[in-house]
Design a binder for this molecule. Structure first.
Ligand code: MTE
Ligand code: MO
Length: 217
């Protein structure tokens, strides 16, 4: 299958992220996902096993320009989780969802994007439990959006009725709020193809740093 505009395939699936050289966070013995914002709940990750599961074969696209191809994810469709565990407890309609990882990383996702058919809370990759490089115990997988939407080590999901304040508004690398790969929505204001070379120059250094923190190789 063709790759989205401006992407290049890499071998395998590198560990990559703003965690840089930091090792992955410790996973608690009985991990939970806190639900916050318009509701307050705690969901045990083990409870997710009771929801219908889905397999998803997809490529993974980092905004910096690399793509890992043909990954096989398994997990719970986010939409099923939302419809059964969240929506019944809401008083007002949600517009945005914040996904947070054990390392403090956050992604802000428009509800409509989060409810797409290909969005999973994934606990397995290529037939194995998710390892610490790729987001143990569970991560968000939204392959139609750039990697930075795909929060690893999920520990908290917040449901908001208005757009949360954007943290990187004044950053030179301000990320696009939708981050849809086929529309090349890399940067909040600049056209995707214009920022390609800048982003691409970050792949080598970030990849090398991220590998330093890896616990699996
Ligand atoms: N918790 C957490 N999730 C994260 C990141 C991170 O630093 N911490 N980096 C994001 C970025 S920029 C990318 S490209 C992907 C990389 O996923 P991988 O390490 O499984 O390849 O994770 C995303 N999710
Ligand atoms: Mo990324």
């Amino acid at each position: 299958m063709a790759l989205p505009p401006g992407q290049r395939a890499v071998e395998g699936f590198p560990r990559f992220g703003t965690h840089l050289h930091h090792p992955p966070p410790e996973v608690p013995a009985e991990p939970v996902i806190e639900l916050g914002g318009a509701l307050t709940e705690t969901v045990e990750v083990a409870e997710l096993a009771g929801l219908p599961r889905k397999e998803l074969r997809a490529d993974f696209h980092c905004v910096a320009g690399w793509s890992a191809t043909g990954l096989l994810w398994e997990g719970i469709p986010f939409a099923a989780f939302y419809r059964t565990r969240v929506e019944p407890l809401l008083d007002s309609p949600v517009s945005h969802v914040i996904f947070e990882g054990l390392d403090g990383f956050q992604s802000i996702v428009v509800l409509e994007d989060a409810l797409a058919d290909d969005v999973l809370i994934a606990d397995r990759l290529n037939g194995q439990p998710l390892d610490s490089d790729h987001g143990a115990p569970v991560r968000l997988v939204s392959p139609s959006q750039y990697g930075f939407i795909n929060t690893k080590h999920l520990c908290r999901i917040e449901f908001h009725t208005t757009e949360p304040p954007i943290q990187d508004r004044w950053s030179p690398l301000a990320s696009h709020p939708r981050a849809r790969v086929w529309a090349e929505e890399r940067h909040r204001r600049l056209p995707g193809r214009v920022v390609r070379p800048v982003y691409r120059s970050l792949i080598g250094p970030i990849r090398a740093l991220s590998a330093k923190g890896s616990r699996t190789r």
